[in-house]
Design a binder for this molecule. Structure first.
Ligand SMILES: [Fe+2]
Ligand SMILES: [Fe+2]
Length: 178
């Protein structure tokens, strides 16, 4: 894979996560107003990831060759990541979902290694920022890195509060121990 392709793949994943969570907000918001707010926030966070990757790509453009084949890419099963995403997209568009289905879907999505791609790209962008001597950009990146952790803890908290399903809570908790 070229670096350009990694950026494109990552953007595709983030955007589709953002859309999927936005749909959950519309569908499940009708059942519970707290669910509407929660899924809207999740969607916004994914949208931020998308913007960040896109922004990072334009920073890298100036200092690195985007056509280079990437090295050190974490060992990801991209086919599996896309298979899980497609399956859950289909669920959202065809099934009648309840509150717990939403958590089940998000826990499965967040449990894939798609975040590793995002984290890998962040490290490339950080190198590029250091080379271009733009420390002010570093602050923005670090803020987004912190957000990544709360993205998962918020999902865990919402699962506890809104699902009250011990099995789902256990699965959600496992997200922090990858
Ligand atoms: Fe994301
Ligand atoms: Fe996510």
């Amino acid at each position: 894979m070229t670096l350009n392709e990694v950026f494109d793949t990552c953007k595709d994943l983030e955007l589709r996560h953002a859309k999927l969570y936005a749909n959950l907000s519309l569908i499940l918001g009708e059942l519970d107003v707290r669910a509407a707010t929660f899924w809207e926030n999740m969607s916004t966070q994914e949208w931020h990831h998308f913007i960040m990757v896109d922004f990072g790509r334009s920073i890298c453009e100036k200092t690195v060759d985007l056509d280079q084949i990437v090295e050190g890419l974490p060992n990801l099963n991209l086919d599996q990541i896309f298979e899980i995403l497609e399956r859950n997209e289909k669920r959202v568009f065809t099934e009648e979902l309840d509150l717990n289905d939403g958590f089940e879907i998000a826990i499965e999505l967040e449990g894939t290694e798609s975040d590793s791609l995002y984290i890998y790209l962040t490290s490339i962008v950080i190198d590029s920022i250091n080379e271009g001597n733009q420390p002010y950009l570093m602050e923005r990146l670090q803020k987004i890195e912190k957000e990544m952790v709360s993205h998962h803890t918020e999902l865990i908290d919402a699962t506890k509060k809104l699902s009250r399903n011990p099995d789902l809570v256990r699965k959600a908790n496992a997200l922090l121990h990858h």
